[in-house]
Design a protein around this ligand. Structure first.
Ligand SMILES: Nc1ncnc2c1ncn2[C@@H]1O[C@H](COP(=O)(O)OP(=O)(O)O)[C@@H](O)[C@H]1O
Ligand SMILES: [Mg+2]
Length: 441
């Protein structure tokens, strides 16, 4: 019924601190350890109140309720409406999902002895504070909170502060906290049953790979596009090991894309991309400007932007008389502030499809495009004339709130436009560019 724990799982099962975090890689065997420990506590302490929390009910059911129903068959009754198991000895194990802070209120006031927060990095610090307050009760049962966590997610910063960096605020006792780092390699059961799982993690961009395979918590700090290389003059003319290159003439049968990000009172970006016969992309032209306050210099209202885009597409030798695939920021379809920007575009003969705005998947695609093959050629290069792209990409930082995302207070309009383009021509999860050639084309 219960398989043998791995070495890290055993540490987790034996721990006695008040707050115990089990963290690191995906697939490290954390949820398994939660189920087993919750069950052991319920059996060991007659009358104890234990709760398992997870962000969504579906995950809670799949990861905990269903497996625990079979693990504890015969020793408990499950009440479907209360989402609660009552054991023969009077112990209870309650399951709660909590999508938002508002949902938290539904079980405020509840008391429990031991709480498990599975995937704690999906919860805000505010939620953590409220949950801590429910750990009470006048009895001799252990009072503990067990957390499992992967780097990244809205709770990355507070989990890292308390359990990795160990920087405590007033009122927080350092002796209460304990961290057990799990790596995917620690989970022998998974590696045996699903050897492909490692390969999937191996194929991630370098930073996410370090986070999710090795459980590295530091990678989300600093420059977002640290894989973007501005080569020297020689690299730029040879077009190797650099993302910035000397412009070249675009053959008439290269496929052309146009990506667009609109900024209300902020810069907009229109980028033109050419795709070569191998499926590699080149940023060949860029129109970048500010839609801001008319008193602060040139004002690009939507009408002027699209007139200019149309004029460039009619006049430039790389673009005229070509079919251009347009992809844009989906928010320009919004008509709540008057005429939707997309209608202004259409009126000016500039047509777009709605861009895919899945941010994390989109950034993964950007990183995949930027990856070099063994010969030094990446999936995308920028003409050195596209100065706003080259200037802004290295400035972007990771977000503190959502660490897999970038900090949107930065100048991210070209980056967004780049992302819409990448999502319009996605690269599948393969390890090297060479394998991907067929899907680039
Ligand atoms: N000690 C173990 N014995 C048997 N199977 C295990 C053990 N630890 C983990 N597993 C299995 O490995 C897989 C991944 O573990 P899981 O706990 O879901 O990882 P995590 O929550 O860290 O992502 C699951 O199928 C789980 O049942
Ligand atoms: Mg899990």
């Amino acid at each position: 019924m219960i398989d043998k724990p791995g070495a890290k799982q055993e540490l987790f099962l034996r721990e006695k601190h008040r707050y115990i975090a089990f963290g690191g890689a995906r697939g490290g065997g954390k949820s398994w350890a939660v189920r087993v420990k919750a069950l052991l506590l319920c059996l060991r302490y007659a009358g104890i109140k234990v709760m398992i929390i997870r962000k969504t009910y579906n995950e809670l059911e799949a990861n905990h309720i269903i497996p625990l129903k079979s693990m504890a068959q015969g020793v408990m009754r499950y009440n479907e409406s209360k989402k609660q198991m009552t054991f023969c000895n009077g112990s209870t194990l309650t399951f709660r999902s909590c999508r938002s802070d508002a949902e938290l209120d539904k079980f405020q006031g509840t008391e429990f002895d031991v709480l498990f927060i599975d995937e704690a990095t999906q919860f805000s610090e505010q939620t953590w504070d409220k949950l801590k307050a429910c750990l009470r009760g006048v009895n001799d049962f252990p009072k503990r909170i067990y957390l499992t966590c992967n780097p990244g997610g809205i709770g990355h910063t507070w989990v890292k502060r308390l359990f990795i960096d160990k920087c405590y605020n007033k009122g927080e006792d350092p002796n209460d906290y304990c961290f057990i780092r799990s790596k995917v390699f620690d989970n022998k059961a998974l590696l045996t049953s699903d050897p492909d799982y490692l390969k999937q993690l191996e194929a991630l961009p370098p930073k996410l790979k370090k986070a999710w395979l090795e459980g590295d918590w530091d990678i989300f700090e600093g420059q977002f596009f640290d894989d973007f290389v501005i080569g020297d003059k020689r690299a730029q003319s040879e077009r190797l090991w650099t993302h910035v290159i000397e412009p070249f003439e675009i053959p008439s049968d290269y496929v052309i894309y146009r990506s667009f990000d609109f900024g209300y009172s902020r810069p907009f970006d229109c980028s033109w991309w050419a795709i070569d016969y191998d499926g590699r992309a080149y940023l060949i032209l860029q129109l970048y400007g500010c839609t801001g306050n008319p008193n602060e210099g040139v004002k690009w209202d939507p009408d002027r932007i699209f007139k200019e885009i149309h004029a460039i597409e009619c006049g430039h030798r790389w673009l005229k008389n070509r079919q251009i695939i347009g992809v844009a920021d989906p928010s320009i379809w919004d008509a709540s502030r008057g005429e939707a920007i997309i209608d202004t575009a259409d009126r000016n003969f500039v047509h777009f499809d709605k861009g895919d705005n899945s941010r994390i998947a989109g950034w993964m695609q950007c990183h995949k495009r930027l990856a070099f093959d063994e010969k030094g050629k990446p999936g995308v290069q920028f003409f050195n004339t596209c100065e706003n792209a080259i200037r802004t990409l290295p400035l972007l930082r990771y977000s503190e709130l959502r660490p897999e995302d970038l900090d949107t207070t930065g100048e991210d309009h070209f980056a967004d436009s780049f992302r819409y383009f990448c999502m319009a021509r996605p690269i599948k999860a393969k390890t090297s560019f060479k394998d991907e050639r067929s899907i680039f084309i």
